[in-house]
Design a protein around this ligand. Structure first.
Ligand code: URA
Length: 217
């Protein structure tokens, strides 16, 4: 059995701004998770989904990526529709939802003010994303949600975002990994129709095709 978590200190103190925000949130909402949000899903998965950062009253509250966030409604519905999750998504960490061959993580694991991590916070937390990627022995497909997740992941894999910039639907083969870029499933993107459910379904189709081209261990 593989470890379920890459070790991120439960009270990581690497980013002073995020720590101060966490303390402030803990004072306001002591029942929230208010700590780095660990990845969800098994390290033996072939698919890794990388988001931006926990939402204040979503993943930062529930302790599970995309859970309780509007962005999670679209993401988990698509995973269920494509056979990459089993059960019911109910917006909390104890809904029994199981990911199939899939793991979900974030570029930055602590909630940032206004949903915007700084470049330094992205680089600092990138250490854990790097560890995560390299701790997944069967990883073959990485779906990145949004430009920050795409560029950070591409750089970790040795690519250059200036050569292959973020474009929704872009597929980049980077060593053994197929990197897929999508607009983030955020409420803003859905409300403005930058990303529609149909567009995201097409992205999930690309994910499924890419997974089908990879032998299961
Ligand atoms: N919730 C997350 O965990 N990550 C995101 O990128 C957005 C919402």
């Amino acid at each position: 059995m593989l470890f379920h978590q890459v070790h991120v200190p439960p009270v990581c103190s690497l980013c002073s701004r995020l720590c101060a925000f966490r303390d402030q949130n803990r004072a306001q909402n002591p029942l929230y998770h208010n700590a780095p949000v660990p990845a969800f899903g098994d390290l033996s998965a072939r698919l890794l989904i990388v988001g931006l950062a926990p939402g204040l009253s979503g993943a930062n509250a529930t302790g599970r990526p995309f859970t309780g966030d509007d962005a999670g409604q679209v993401l988990y519905a698509a995973l269920l529709a494509h056979g990459l999750a089993l059960g019911d998504y109910r917006g909390h960490a104890h809904d029994g939802l199981r990911l199939m061959d899939t793991r979900i993580t974030n570029t930055v694991r602590c909630v940032p003010p206004n949903n915007r991590p700084t470049p330094l916070e992205i680089r600092t937390c990138g250490f854990f994303l790097d560890q995560e990627i390299h701790a997944m022995p069967h990883l073959s497909v990485i779906l990145t949600l949004g430009k920050v997740a795409y560029e950070t992941t591409l750089k970790i894999l040795g690519g250059n975002p200036r050569q292959t910039p973020f474009v929704h639907g872009r597929v980049v083969q980077q060593g053994p990994y197929t990197l897929i870029a999508s607009y983030h499933t955020s409420r803003y993107n859905i409300n403005t129709k930058r990303l529609t459910v149909e567009m995201f379904d097409a992205i999930m189709g690309t994910v499924s095709t890419s997974l089908a081209a990879t032998p299961r261990p």
